[in-house]
Ligand binder design. Structure first.
Ligand code: DC
Length: 224
């Protein structure tokens, strides 16, 4: 039996995880947030006080790495050495480290198998940076989701304010631009739109409209 896969790629803060989760819910597919997997490897590097930018320090950590993914009430959970690290991987420090470790070829090769295996086992909506280009080049539908950096920074600011965390718009915007640059300029699997991906720009769309556009796009592609 062959399973269906939908690849959603795009820069940080474009709303990939919210939209991919909603899409998966509507279709009854499993939602896989691949950024969370990279973040978990980054957390391991931080735990071991390794420099996340140094392949010589990070690559040896992959051997015997106890990394697991599971679902609890429909939510994806990440486990590192048996510990639920789903909240810890969202910390700001881990975001920066994840961006660094994701440029290391050994890390990408290691996670490639991990991700492909998930898509072999069921219908998935997978979000990341290189799902349509590298991980699942044969995905049934590929979406490249983006939004202007300022729009992404505004959304992030709102999110942090709602959580009661103090934040500064300029600092967030700088951070988003830095991460875009790192993700787009790494030599392997850089962030880019696959030739056969459909572009969805949500700069001027609210969440409701983004979801309906995405659903319409997916239905249209699936029907072809
Ligand atoms: O989507 P995110 O912010 O949780 O991703 C964390 C980091 O992992 C981000 O800097 C890019 C990297 N990443 C990647 O290189 N490839 C993926 N498929 C997913 C994430």
């Amino acid at each position: 039996m062959s399973f269906k896969s939908i690849a959603i790629d795009g820069p940080a803060g474009a709303g990939k995880s919210t939209l991919a989760r909603k899409l998966a819910e509507k279709l009854g597919y499993l939602y896989v947030d691949t950024g969370a997997i990279y973040r978990t490897v980054a957390l391991k590097a931080l735990w071991e006080k390794a420099d996340p930018g140094d392949p010589a320090q990070v690559a040896p950590l992959l051997e015997g790495l106890e990394l697991h993914m599971g679902y609890e009430n429909g939510e994806q959970k990440m486990y590192l050495e048996g510990e639920d690290v789903s909240a810890a991987i969202r910390r700001h420090k881990v975001s920066g480290a994840a961006s660094q470790i994701s440029a290391i070829p050994e890390v990408r090769a290691f996670l490639l198998d991990f991700q492909r295996k998930l898509a072999r086992e069921g219908n998935v909506v997978m979000d990341g940076r290189d799902i349509g280009t590298v991980v699942l080049p044969g995905a049934d539908v590929k979406i490249f989701l983006t939004a202007a950096p300022e729009a992404r920074a505004r959304r992030r600011l709102r999110e942090l304010e709602q959580r009661g965390e103090p934040a500064d718009f300029d600092a967030i915007l700088r951070d988003i631009r830095d991460r875009d640059w790192q993700d787009e300029h790494r030599p392997i699997a850089p962030l880019r739109q696959a030739a056969d991906a459909v572009l969805l720009d949500t700069t001027d769309l609210d969440l409701g409209l983004s979801v309906s556009r995405l659903l319409a796009l997916v239905k249209e592609k699936m029907a072809q």
